[in-house]
Design a protein around this ligand. Structure first.
Ligand code: FAD
Length: 456
């Protein structure tokens, strides 16, 4: 329907970065989105906590983008494996790499591969139905869990571990995870950070959710907050409010009602500051505790450094979850990759030394920032690309075959792409399965099932 001389762009990855980049580009060009999984939306589906349904409303915008006449979605296509970047380069005028951060930063301590130790990425993937994490089935038979890291992902994990089942049962959490959590014996979650209260990386919404979690009381170490309220006058407002809530929770004697609530609570959570993991301790071949080094801070504010004191402390726990960050991985030898920073080196989304290649989202910036941040940096990338088209820096004068040639290659290789209408069938089945149990959806849990339902 469109003349073959239309500029043809492809986007790799269908998370927020892929969709927001496409949205901005669609004003002027044709956009094909290639996604490794049969289903779209990246971390909005497989990362965002099930009890944060409002965050997932962005899916409505992405669905509008996908229904644009100049936009096509091809799920179940693993770029770098099913089709190479060079093949995409020959088929399109430009490629935007928006494939996120699917790797993991590891703790690098002895014992981190013991049974009972998980990355937050896998744990989150498990309760959110990421097919590759379906068999994680974490052992939740212990009393205490230790989470390493104090960002929002760490707090998501803590909340899911401690939330009453009745709070989760009407969310889109997977049924196996819900069943496992209902049987969980975990009663205490410690959330460990290298530095102090003034350096914590979570935001106030997530902290407030912990403070208000039903049947759960906070257990902080008052000494950790020495000097904190004095330092408050010099910090920016969002951190000030966050810190004030922590101080209130840790130090103030609550009113009668809250006191009663806390004394009746069967579960507890707390931050442990100034601690770094040294070793996961084993017993009977599985995690039984963690040895933490005690740090002190040098300097103050965001730039404060954790310095070892030489002291260590052992904390018994049967579950260790490391939440110290995601990490982007190289996709294809032909794409520059900065392995130290784990990002694609770029300026304003233009991949360095690679004309026709662009990047957006976490693979561009590193794995930090909320969806709104990802949206802005994706719009920036789209703007760079359109500028290059206008200036002639990106040559779009020749005709490119676009998805036609790629579809032929995929067919040759036996790869069955799932289109957006295929996804809509999956969505339908999931939504209907959810209705039965009062959930917004009951996710399909294997790629095989997704392909079966999503085929055209
Ligand atoms: P992703 O969302 O990871 O998307 C990347 C996509 O690329 C994926 O679909 C992936 O399957 C695909 N892909 C990977 N490799 C390939 C390949 N080789 N070929 C084709 N496709 C590929 N933000 C909020 O605003 N609110 C929240 O509540 C919130 N909760 C979060 C909870 C967790 C656990 C995490 C990790 C993040 C959360 N965020 C939240 C942040 C938000 O998810 C990110 O800002 C955003 O998802 C980053 O977008 P992205 O598109 O760069 O990456």
């Amino acid at each position: 329907s469109f003349s073959s001389s239309n500029p043809k762009i492809c986007v790799v990855g269908s998370g927020p970065a892929g969709f927001y980049t496409a949205q901005h580009l669609l004003k002027d060009v044709e956009v094909d989105i290639y996604e490794r999984l049969p289903v779209p939306f990246g971390l909005v589906r497989f990362g965002v906590a099930p009890d944060h349904p409002e965050v997932k409303n962005v899916i409505n915008t992405f669905t509008q983008t996908a229904s644009h006449a100049r936009c096509n979605f091809y799920g179940n296509v693993n770029v770098g494996k099913d089709v190479s970047i060079d093949e995409l380069r020959r088929a399109y005028h430009a490629i935007v790499l928006s494939y996120g951060a699917e790797g993991n930063r590891s703790m690098g301590v002895p014992g981190e591969n013991l049974p009972g130790v998980y990355s937050a990425k896998d744990f989150v993937g498990w309760y959110n139905g990421l097919p590759s994490c379906r068999e994680l089935t974490p052992d939740l038979s212990c009393d205490t869990a230790v989470i390493l890291g104090q960002g929002n992902v760490a707090l998501d994990v803590a909340r899911i571990l401690l939330a009453p089942t009745k709070m989760l049962k009407s969310t889109d959490i997977t049924q196996p995870a819900l069943d496992a959590l209902a049987q969980s014996r975990v009663r205490r979650v410690l959330i460990v950070g290298r530095r102090g209260p003034l350096q914590i990386a979570c935001t106030i919404k997530e902290l407030r959710e912990m403070v208000n979690l039903p049947d759960c009381r906070p257990e902080m170490v008052a000494a950790d907050f020495e000097g904190v309220s004095e330092a408050l006058k010099d910090v920016p407002r969002p951190r000030k409010r966050l810190t004030e809530l922590m101080l209130k929770t840790a130090l103030e004697t609550p009113g009668e009602k809250e006191q009663e609530r806390r004394s009746k609570a069967s579960r507890s959570w707390g931050f442990r500051f100034f601690r770094s993991p040294v070793e996961v301790l084993a017993s009977g071949g599985r995690a039984a505790g963690i040895r933490l080094a005690v740090n002190r801070l040098e300097g103050s504010g965001d730039g404060a450094q954790a310095v070892l004191t030489g002291e260590v402390e052992d904390v018994p726990c049967g579950l260790v979850i490391s939440s110290i960050g995601y990490r982007s991985l190289p996709i294809d030898e032909s794409v520059p990759f900065d392995s130290r920073r784990a990002v694609i080196p770029n300026s304003m989304g233009r991949v360095q030394q690679a004309a026709g290649l662009y990047c957006s989202g976490w693979v561009k910036t590193g794995p930090t920032g909320v969806i709104a941040t990802t949206m802005n940096n994706s719009f920036d990338t789209a703007r760079s690309l359109l500028e290059d088209m206008d200036s002639g820096a990106l040559d779009v004068s020749s005709t490119r075959p676009g998805s036609q040639s790629i579809s032929a290659l995929l067919a040759e290789r036996g790869v069955k792409a799932v289109t957006f209408s295929g996804w809509e069938k999956i969505d339908d089945v999931e939504t209907r399965r959810g209705e039965v149990s009062g959930k917004p959806r009951e996710k399909l849990l294997t790629v095989q099932e997704m392909l079966q339902v999503g085929r055209d």
